[in-house]
Write a protein that binds this ligand. Structure first.
Ligand SMILES: NC(=O)c1ccc[n+]([C@@H]2O[C@H](COP(=O)([O-])OP(=O)(O)OC[C@H]3O[C@@H](n4cnc5c(N)ncnc54)[C@H](O)[C@@H]3O)[C@@H](O)[C@H]2O)c1
Length: 330
C-alpha cells in the first residue's frame, strides 16, 4: 500500500475531524501529498489539534463542502478523494434536518459533479454508516440487510452513498463506500455526545463524573479502533475490486453498553457508571442491538480489525488524559 500512495495527491474532506485526521497521518507516513478540507464548524468534530503531529506536512484548506466552486478547484488534479466530511449527529439531524440534507446529500452530489466535470479519473472512498440499516431484522447485519433508516441522518447518508455508487456505475468515476460502525480513538469529539456517546463517556471519566448508560445497558454494539478504520479506508482506496462496492466495517468483539461501561471504569481509577432512563428523543431513534457481518471486506480486501477493545480504550483514555485541554474548556 505504501507504493500506492507514495507521491499521490490525496484530498480528504473532513480532514480535521476524528477519522480524517488519523487517515491523514497514515497517508503522510506513506509519502502521500495530502490536502485537508474542513469547515471547522464548532458543533462538528473538526479540531486543529488533531493534526498537531503532521501540520507541517499537509495543506489545510478551511472551506465548506457546500461551496461547489471551492470544491471544483480543490478536486482538480487529485488522485484520490477520501470523502469524510459530514454532519454526524443523529439528534441534530432531527432538530435541523435541512442542514443535514445540505451537507450529507446535496454537497455530496455537487462534489461528484465537480469530479465528473474536472477530474473523472479520481478514485473516491466514501465514509457511509451502519445507521442506514435501522433496527436490525437479524444479526450480524450483512450488506444484504434491508435499509430502513430511523433518522434523517441515515436517509441523507444513504443518498450520499448512492450518489457515489451511481457516479461509479454511470460515469465510471471509481467510487466505493464503507459503512462504518461505532469508531473510537484519539481525536474523536469528546466535548459532548454529538459524534458518539463514547466521547462523553471519556470526558465524564476524566472529569470524575459518572458515565450515564441509557436504559438497561444491554444494547449490543461492535466497535472499531480508529487505526483499523483507517486501514479499511486505505485498502478500499488502493483496490480496483472495491469500485462500485459497499462494505460493512465491524468487529467480532461484540459487547453490551453496560459491559463496556464496566470495562472503562475498571481501567480508570475512580471511574463509576450509572444506569439512567433512556431520554425519549434518543429512544425514538435508537436502533437496539447492532453488530456487523464484515466478511465481504475481509474476503475482497483482506481487512480484519486488529486492535481489541480493551487495548483501544486504554490508548484512547491515555490520549485524552494527556490532551483533554485541547478538546473541552474546563
Ligand atoms: N465515527 C463514527 O463512529 C462514524 C460512524 C459511521 C459513519 N461515520 C462517518 O465517517 C465520517 C467521518 O466521521 P468522524 O467520526 O471523523 O466525524 P467528525 O465530525 O470528527 O469528522 C467530520 C468532519 O467533517 C467536517 N465537516 C462537517 N461539515 C462540513 C462541511 N460542510 N464542510 C467541510 N467540512 C465539514 C467537520 O468539521 C469534521 O471535521 C462522517 O462522514 C461520518 O458520517 C463515522
Amino acid at each position: 500500500m505504501k507504493i500506492k500512495f507514495l507521491n499521490k495527491k490525496v484530498l480528504i474532506t473532513g480532514g480535521l475531524g476524528f477519522i480524517g485526521s488519523s487517515l491523514a497521518s497514515k497517508l503522510v507516513s506513506q509519502g502521500a501529498l495530502v490536502t485537508l478540507v474542513d469547515s471547522l464548524i464548532p458543533q462538528y468534530g473538526g479540531n486543529i489539534f488533531n493534526i498537531h503531529n503532521i501540520a507541517k506536512h499537509v495543506t489545510i484548506n478551511i472551506c465548506d463542502v457546500r461551496d461547489p466552486f471551492a470544491m471544483g478547484h480543490l478536486l482538480k488534479g487529485q488522485d484520490f478523494l477520501f470523502n469524510l466530511a459530514g454532519q454526524t449527529s443523529h439528534m441534530d439531524s432531527m432538530t435541523d434536518p435541512q442542514t443535514d440534507l445540505d451537507i450529507n446529500a446535496n454537497a455530496q452530489l455537487s462534489i461528484l459533479e465537480a469530479c465528473r466535470k474536472y477530474n473523472p479519473a479520481i478514485k473516491i472512498v466514501f465514509a457511509s454508516t451502519r445507521q442506514l440499516y435501522g433496527r436490525p431484522d437479524y444479526l450480524p447485519v450483512d450488506e444484504k440487510h434491508p435499509i430502513r433508516p430511523v433518522d434523517v441522518n441515515g436517509i441523507n447518508k444513504l443518498a450520499g452513498e448512492w450518489y457515489h455508487l451511481l457516479y461509479n456505475n454511470v460515469y465510471g468515476i471509481r467510487a466505493c463506500a464503507l459503512r462504518l460502525t461505532n469508531t473510537y480513538g484519539p481525536g474523536m469529539r469528546v466535548k459532548d455526545a454529538r459524534q458518539t456517546f463514547l466521547g462523553i463517556w471519556v470526558r465524564s471519566l476524566i472529569e470524575g463524573k459518572p458515565i450515564n448508560v441509557f436504559g438497561d445497558g444491554m444494547q449490543l454494539r461492535d466497535f472499531n479502533y480508529v487505526d483499523d478504520c483507517v486501514d479499511a479506508l486505505l485498502l478500499a482506496g488502493a483496490s480496483e475490486l472495491a469500485n462500485g462496492k459497499i462494505y460493512n466495517l465491524g468487529s467480532s468483539e461484540v459487547t453490551g453498553l453496560k459491559g463496556l461501561a464496566e470495562m472503562m471504569v475498571d481501567m480508570y481509577p475512580g471511574g463509576v457508571f450509572q444506569l439512567v432512563p433512556f431520554p425519549e428523543d434518543r429512544k425514538a431513534i435508537d436502533i437496539g442491538d447492532y453488530y456487523s457481518d464484515f466478511s465481504l471486506i475481509s474476503q475482497d480486501l483482506g481487512w480484519i480489525p486488529k486492535i481489541d477493545l480493551k487495548t483501544g480504550l486504554q490508548k484512547t483514555l491515555a490520549y485524552y488524559k494527556e490532551h483533554h485541554v485541547h478538546y473541552w474548556e474546563n
